[in-house]
Design a protein around this ligand. Structure first.
Ligand code: SAM
Length: 299
């Protein structure tokens, strides 16, 4: 396994499969890229996966855009599973999950994160630009039923838009057997002073306070050493992760991943679009190694 100059091993890739999405979340960071158009082909993805496995990478996260908009998504998962025997996961808006969950599981997907930024129709529409809350909830139930495990529900908490829906999300997660990630609104250093960020950003300590009476244990996420609260909640045990902003040393210290943009550029960090390396598909390891050696903690 290769390590960067700060002693951090590389064991994970976050791969943006496309830059198009059928939702319009107004706060979306687009995974730190502003690409559109052509995306990596299945053949290119296969070459990248082969090189990744040879370098000891055993965790792959697919994201977008919306990854389920790719018609070859099942082939992508199958090809990935050929080389990666560890964790293969995906972040999706859930719109297509109802039809796809079982097929994704059979293709080799381990687990799924579904963005669920609101629990009322009105706020869902305001946040995502789409009126499909019920369809997304159905997709989540199908994902649990298909055996994707865990199914994590991602809510980016936004002041005045969904910060009053914390317990509604917990109720739903508990009812269907999913876990929850409350995500603090993230921005680059430059955006922190912008009006939109100041308007919607809310510190997540208030959620910890709300949950305290239910907490009966704590676990740690293996990728970034984030705390996972184990709650005794209504129907069952419920796991809740509070994803504080990346802007802390602890996050960067435990970061073990590189990103791949939809066009197939290796990017060192969400906030470093200036640090990108093109892949030469006759030798993809070279770009992975070069990018690893460029990695430096952003925060
Ligand atoms: N379309 C998919 C979806 O909606 O989940 C995948 C792409 S989306 C960029 C991946 C994740 O990033 C989602 O959970 C989304 O909520 C999160 N995200 C996007 N912008 C964010 C921001 N400014 N702060 C925190 N999380 C953000």
């Amino acid at each position: 396994m290769i390590k960067d100059n700060f002693g951090r091993p590389l064991n994970s890739l976050r791969i943006q499969l496309n830059a198009t999405c059928n939702f319009r979340c107004f706060f979306c960071h687009m995974e730190g890229t502003e690409e559109n158009g052509e995306t990596m082909s299945l053949e290119e993805i296969e070459k990248l996966m082969k090189a990744a496995s040879e370098l000891g990478i055993n965790r792959i996260k697919f994201t977008g855009g919306e990854p389920l908009l790719r018609r070859d998504i099942l082939e992508i998962i199958k090809i990935t599973r050929k080389y990666i025997d560890g964790d293969i996961s995906m972040t999706t808006n859930g719109y297509f999950l109802g039809d796809m969950a079982t097929k994704l599981r059979e293709a080799g997907l381990s687990r799924v994160n579904v963005s669920l930024h609101a629990m009322t129709q009105d706020s869902f529409k305001i946040i995502t630009g789409n009126s499909s809350l019920d369809r997304v909830k159905h997709g989540i139930k199908e994902a649990v039923r298909a055996g994707l495990n865990p199914v994590k529900l991602n809510m980016v908490v936004l002041r005045g838009l969904n910060d009053d829906q914390i317990f509604q999300l917990l109720d739903f997660a508990s009812e269907v057997g999913a876990m929850v990630q409350f995500i603090e609104l993230e921005s680059s250093k430059e955006e922190e002073d912008q009006d939109w960020f100041k308007k919607y950003h809310v510190n997540l300590n208030f959620i910890e306070d709300l949950l305290r009476p239910y907490v009966r244990g704590i676990e740690y996420n293996s990728l970034h050493r984030r705390r996972i609260l184990i709650l005794d909640y209504k129907y069952s045990e419920l796991k809740v992760e509070i994803v504080n902003p990346h802007r802390n040393h602890e996050f960067c210290m435990n970061c073990t991943r590189l990103r791949v943009t939809s066009k197939g550029l290796i990017q060192t960090c969400l906030h470093r679009p200036d640090q990108r390396i093109a892949i030469d598909y006759s030798n993809p390891s070279e770009a992975l190694i070069k990018a690893t050696l460029m990695r430096e903690p952003y925060w």
